[in-house]
Write a protein that binds this ligand. Structure first.
Ligand SMILES: [Zn+2]
Length: 322
């Protein structure tokens, strides 16, 4: 097996299906980013193309060597392509990419075994791409295995989802996540894991990418907006200039942790005065999620963030407003 230990049950599940000769033609690897879906998909593709096989790919046979070199003729991967400018990535998987994939899968495997296709991120296929893939999913060639990787499965059309066997990747328990983070050499693993709401991959990214400092800044901003010590337009402007999506994610996650702590009668990470209306706060979480989605596309991010921050400030109890 390759990838994190906490995915072992899923790995065993796939091995078991394979042993029974019931390997699905399409698997949907679903779950939040940071749980090892990509390593799992790569490991499974390698295993399917390995000429020896077992619990994992052998790493020595012709199939494994070609996979390692990125030139196995029966392995095809579809990712976001570069735009014509050759510098920036497209925001969608296009229909042309899926047509090329389908054409390739319609030919027989060159090595006589499986043909493996990885589509990642599958949820960024545009509508025509998804429609084009449906045909291939409905009539897969013998030995074809398609691995669709998705951090946001709800964005995939139901028609695609229903034609795949789904593997749900879930958060590991805290002890496994801590052990893994320590093995990656992360200092302050507990703090990073807490900031990542228990997601180890995200915790690693936070610890390495200066995320913890950013989270602290967001906590300060939310606290100051709550007590009207900060100006929403100024904060929105700063958030829009960099890391808007990450900041919004932290904001939603901090607010949620705050609400959970208050519900237990404890002090939360924002140390706010009592939240009076949990329904409105829940509404605000949903709004934050929507804003994050929109921040991925070219939009007037400053305005969106300003609206979100004004809504946040409006949640503060009236008595505290100066
Ligand atoms: Zn091998």
């Amino acid at each position: 097996m390759s990838g994190a230990d906490w995915n072992r049950p899923l790995w065993n599940n796939v091995l078991e299906r394979r042993r029974r000769g019931a390997m699905p033609h399409a698997l949907l690897l679903s779950g939040p980013a940071g749980l090892g879906k990509r390593a799992f998909a790569a490991g499974l593709a390698a295993l399917l193309l390995c000429e020896n096989g077992g619990d994992g790919a052998c790493g020595r046979c012709r199939g494994c060597l070609l996979v390692a070199a990125g030139s196995h003729p029966d392995r095809v991967e579809v990712n976001l392509e570069l735009r014509e400018d050759g510098k920036t990535l497209r925001t969608e998987v296009t229909v042309d990419q899926i047509r090329r994939l389908s054409q390739r899968l319609s030919m027989t495997a060159q090595f006589g075994g499986h043909q493996v296709a990885l589509i990642d991120p599958a949820d960024l296929m545009n509508t025509s791409a998804a429609n084009a893939l449906l045909k291939t999913l409905e009539e897969p060639g013998a030995g074809t295995v398609m691995l669709l990787v998705s951090d946001q499965t709800s964005r995939l059309p139901a028609t695609i989802r229903s034609r795949c066997q789904r593997l749900d990747f879930v958060l590991p328990n805290a002890a496994d996540a801590m052990a893994w983070l320590k093995a990656q050499g992360v200092d302050g693993a507990a703090q990073a894991l807490d900031a990542a709401a228990g997601n180890p991959g995200l915790a690693l990214e936070l610890a390495r990418g200066g995320g913890l400092a950013l989270r602290t800044e967001v906590a300060t901003d939310l606290g100051q907006l709550w007590t009207r010590k900060a100006v929403p337009a100024e904060v929105a402007n700063r958030w829009a200039k960099g890391d808007g999506e990450r900041r919004t994610w932290f904001a939603a996650q901090l607010a949620q942790a705050e609400a959970a702590a208050q519900a237990r009668g404890a002090r939360g990470p924002l140390a706010l005065t009592a939240i009076s209306d949990f329904n409105k706060l829940a509404q605000w979480f949903r709004e934050a999620g929507r804003v994050r989605e929109q921040l991925r596309t070219p939009v007037r991010s400053e305005l969106l963030l300003l609206e979100l921050l004004l809504a946040w400030r409006a949640l503060a109890p009236a008595a505290r407003r100066a």
